[in-house]
Design a protein around this ligand. Structure first.
Ligand SMILES: Nc1nc2c(c(=O)[nH]1)N[C@H]1C(S)=C(S)[C@@H](COP(=O)(O)OP(=O)(O)OC[C@H]3O[C@@H](n4cnc5c(=O)[nH]c(N)nc54)[C@H](O)[C@@H]3O)O[C@H]1N2
Ligand SMILES: Nc1nc2c(c(=O)[nH]1)N[C@H]1C(S)=C(S)[C@@H](COP(=O)(O)OP(=O)(O)OC[C@H]3O[C@@H](n4cnc5c(=O)[nH]c(N)nc54)[C@H](O)[C@@H]3O)O[C@H]1N2
Ligand SMILES: [Mo]
Length: 778
């Protein structure tokens, strides 16, 4: 990289991304390299992949319409994902989209338009594609949306009932500084994977967590990594590794709680003063309600950890200042509410919630900035406005909605009905990346009459659309980058001209708003730079009301970043509640921590009762289904990408095995199948099959395999549902079901599979753009 840094012909342009801020090096209208933001102590390698992504062959080069849709409209929807595309002009494409929107809203009403459009979009806060789409749709009468997110759907729904807010999982949470100064032990369920700490929505300009974790270790804090994967805590931290069966952490924690109870190590005074419902939980723990004591032996039989290990850990947690931190992944599993509820219950029994460096939190290992909180101010953000349509579905119930219009479902105490969707518009998300059971989704996505996608690359979602509109990448436009968990606001300056025929999402919706007569409401008369200035100045004004001074817009734009001073003090979650439980009561019905929730119990859900409970997941290593599919698949976040973003780059490809996503497998399981490192295997279950490349390692628990998310879905026969994905997208294998009737969250971490050597290994073609026929009228 260094040889070009001094080249005087290179122009360096300030920019940012979900994985960090950087300067983009531009020569002759091309992005040729990046150099990391100078105030970033540990820049992510992901920024280095940006030039590859921007200039990838998989960029969409023209507005395109599926041939069947062009000729026969909605009647051709069965051909979605099978048809060829025809190139059209921007005017033709926008006319067609506008007339489809008009047709659907005048015939069926706005409740037939699905604009939830879940997805991370880009870091720039003005050109945030999903918000631009939602804002535009609001001007034409609204749309059906999605609530919660794929990351922490169950947690976001559960925690307000127990703790009165979502803060314990959305942050800020207890700071690493406090843990270093006051803590003794960090028990990390799901570990603290450094791969995840590269990322935060809107741009982590300062990657502060990895060094803060190392500093806590250097200060003498000890770490326990409770995860099927040893690599979930960096080697340098020297953590003890306890590897339970996946999705059995609730049973493990019950075993720990039982030890605390029988050895009198639980804090009765804390439970009495700060919590409600402990006695009802204790009756369950001790087996008074169901005749089963949740002893260490009972837990061991479920989670596969020796009773002595469970007891030792319980005593150690009680003997020192302990922080229980849990990654979000644990609630992306069947009954994912339970591990979160049980972690809170266990922390309450230890009596350390609200003490410096102790207690419980969710996500220290999930995303940058969770344990390195900054002064709380609002970031620059585009608002979507008011949606006249009040119907929104739990985020991960999209396919149920398409497949079962009008049907009833339960959600967080409410009885709801799925709307009847005719038109789907996606911008800034990739359901073929994020949603479970892709083969089921292929069927579901053929139900609506019209499917429109704005994308920069030919993702599987774009390939499944009727109308595809090519969007610019951030480097092709001006914006402001800001993340609610980071101290820096970054000027994202346009580095290159829009490539090919791409347009900004904002300009796409401007063109549609013009056609539908809502231009003024959509743009409010502002240009791109007017908007960026406006968003920044609004945030600056709000900050100054909280005694945080930011430079004016012109100074910010010239200096290229604005900095919020780091907070002087450590932060401890719930310290105010601990100091004054009456004055700072929680926003729960009791004002206390609800170990037993009357509200949730009152919903009468057998899949989410009134206190933390061990409930068998739909599939797990203790189930009867292990005969045909004996391995539990973990599909966690990828190290070399953000979800599906950046997959078409040398960096992401460098991590693959034989061009496929690596499948981590224990030597015992590999030997039983006569597999060697580097083999291409077929990973399968009743829902589908994918090819992957074998990586044998004893850093994974026997019986568990790991296949990270993000390799672009690449069906060997795109015309047929159920054909093998050649590339290793785990969502071909995952289950499309809600965590429970409470949270209805996605359950990607619950899936059994079998693995065998692949009979043949056709080449990966996911990055090859589809053939596009020239349009007649061009
Ligand atoms: N099996 C399994 N599945 C999972 C998970 C898991 O752990 N396991 N995790 C889940 C989680 S936590 C999440 S958050 C989701 C993530 O799911 P998504 O957020 O849908 O994944 P991304 O790949 O980030 O999709 C963003 C898309 O927006 C496009 N894009 C970027 N910038 C722009 C732009 O300016 N304009 C337009 N129009 N498009 C743009 C990108 O090219 C990309 O295709 O996945 C979920 N799915
Ligand atoms: N590099 C990179 N970083 C990312 C992302 C990315 O795509 N790439 N995505 C970002 C997003 S959108 C999100 S929401 C966060 C998600 O953050 P997380 O949900 O925390 O991320 P994961 O990597 O899915 O899970 C963390 C670890 O939990 C372990 N685990 C899985 N199931 C179980 C279980 O049942 N029990 C136990 N004890 N451990 C289990 C896995 O081994 C896994 O490595 O990550 C963010 N960070
Ligand atoms: Mo996420």
């Amino acid at each position: 990289m260094t040889e070009f840094l001094d080249d005087p012909a290179i122009r360096w342009v300030s920019h940012s991304s979900h994985w960090g801020a950087f300067d983009a090096g531009v020569r002759d209208g091309r992005l040729i390299g990046v150099r990391p933001f100078r105030h970033d102590p540990q820049p992510s390698a992901l920024t280095g992949a940006i030039p590859d992504a921007v200039h990838a062959g998989s960029r969409i080069t023209t507005p395109a319409v599926r041939r069947g849709f062009l000729e026969r409209g909605a009647a051709s929807r069965e051909a979605r994902g099978r048809d060829e595309f025809v190139a059209v002009s921007w005017d033709e494409a926008l006319d067609l989209v506008a007339s489809e929107l008009e047709r659907v809203r005048s015939t069926h009403g706005n409740e037939a338009i699905f604009g939830g459009s879940y997805g991370w979009s880009s870091a720039g806060r003005f050109h945030h594609a999903k918000t631009q789409l939602n804002r535009f749709l609001n001007t034409i009468g609204g749309f059906v949306g999605q609530i919660q997110n794929y990351s922490i759907a169950a947690g976001l729904t559960l925690l307000p009932h127990l703790l009165g807010s979502t803060q314990a999982c959305s942050g800020p949470v207890t700071s690493w500084g406090s843990i270093a100064r006051n803590g003794g032990l960090v028990v990390a369920f799901g570990g603290l994977p450094d791969k995840n700490l590269q990322v935060a929505a809107g741009g982590p300009a300062e990657h502060a967590a990895p060094s803060a974790i190392r500093a806590a270790r250097a200060a003498g804090v000890e770490f326990v990594n409770i995860s099927p994967l040893q690599a979930d805590i960096d080697d340098g931290i020297d953590a003890e590794w306890i590897a339970p069966r996946p999705n059995t952490d609730t049973a493990l924690m019950l075993g720990i709680a039982h030890t605390l109870l029988t050895e009198g190590l639980h804090d009765r005074a804390f439970l009495d003063r700060y919590c409600v419902g402990y006695d009802r939980f204790e009756a369950y723990l001790a087996g008074r309600t169901d005749g089963i004591e949740k002893s260490a032996e009972w837990a061991a039989a479920i989670c596969g950890i020796a009773p002595a290990t469970i007891r030792t850990l319980a005593r150690r947690m009680a003997a020192t200042r302990t922080m229980i931190t849990m990654t979000w992944s644990l609630q992306r599993a069947d009954h994912g509410e339970q591990p979160f509820w049980m972690a809170i219950t266990l922390a309450a029994m230890l009596g350390q919630i609200g003490l410096p460096g102790g207690g419980v939190a969710f996500g220290h290992g999930s995303i940058s900035g969770m344990g390195t909180p900054r002064t709380e101010i609002a970031s620059p953000n585009l608002t979507a406005g008011v949606n006249p349509v009040k119907t929104a579905i739990p985020v991960a119930r999209i396919c149920d909605m398409f497949l079962h219009p009008g049907e009833a479902y339960d959600f967080n105490g409410r009885h709801c009905r799925y709307p009847d969707i005719r038109l789907v518009y996606w911008a800034g998300g990739n359901p073929f990346h994020h949603h479970q059971d892709i083969n089921r989704m292929r069927t579901a996505l053929r139900r609506p009459e019209t499917f429109i996608v704005n994308e920069s690359w030919w993702t599987a979602t774009a390939r499944f659309a009727d109308i595809v509109l090519p969007a610019t990448t951030t480097l092709e436009r001006n914006d402001v980058g800001a993340c609610g968990r980071d101290r820096f606001i970054i000027a994202m300056k346009q580095a290159i001209e829009p490539l090919n025929d791409a347009r900004n999402d904002h300009d796409i919706f401007r063109g549609l708003a013009e056609r539908l007569g809502t231009l003024r409401a959509f743009t409010e008369g502002r240009s791109e730079m007017d908007w960026i200035r406006h968003l920044y100045e609004t945030a600056r004004e709000q900050a100054s009301r909280r005694q945080v001074q930011l430079p004016d817009f012109d100074s910010f734009w010239e200096r290229e970043f604005a900095e919020i001073e780091p907070p002087a003090a450590d932060f401890d979650l719930f310290s105010d509640f601990r100091a004054d439980p009456d004055g700072a009561r929680l926003n729960t019905p009791s004002g206390r921590i609800e170990i037993y929730s009357d509200t949730i119990a009152g919903f009468g859900y057998d899949d989410c009762p009134g206190h933390a409970t061990w409930l068998e997941p739909a599939e797990w290593l203790g189930s009867s289904q292990t005969g045909a599919h004996p391995l539990h698949m973990i599909s966690n976040q990828p190290r070399n990408r953000l979800h599906g973003q950046l997959d078409d780059t040398a960096l992401s490809r460098s991590g693959k095995v034989g061009g496929r996503e690596p499948l981590l497998i224990n030597p015992v399981d590999a030997a039983a199948r006569a597999l060697a490192d580097g083999d291409i295997v077929r990973v399968f279950n009743a829902r589908g099959s994918v090819l992957a490349g074998v990586r044998i390692t004893d850093t994974i628990r026997p019986g568990v395999v790991q296949l990270a998310t993000g390799s672009w879905y690449d069906p060997s026969d795109p015309a047929r549902d159920g054909s093998t994905d050649k590339h290793g997208n785990p969502n071909v294998l995952t289950i499309d079901k809600g965590t429970s009737r409470l949270g209805q969250g996605p359950i990607a971490q619950t899936a059994l599979v079998e693995v065998e050597r692949a009979a043949d290994a056709p080449p990966v073609t996911a990055y090859d753009p589809p053939a596009i026929a020239p349009g007649a009228k061009r």
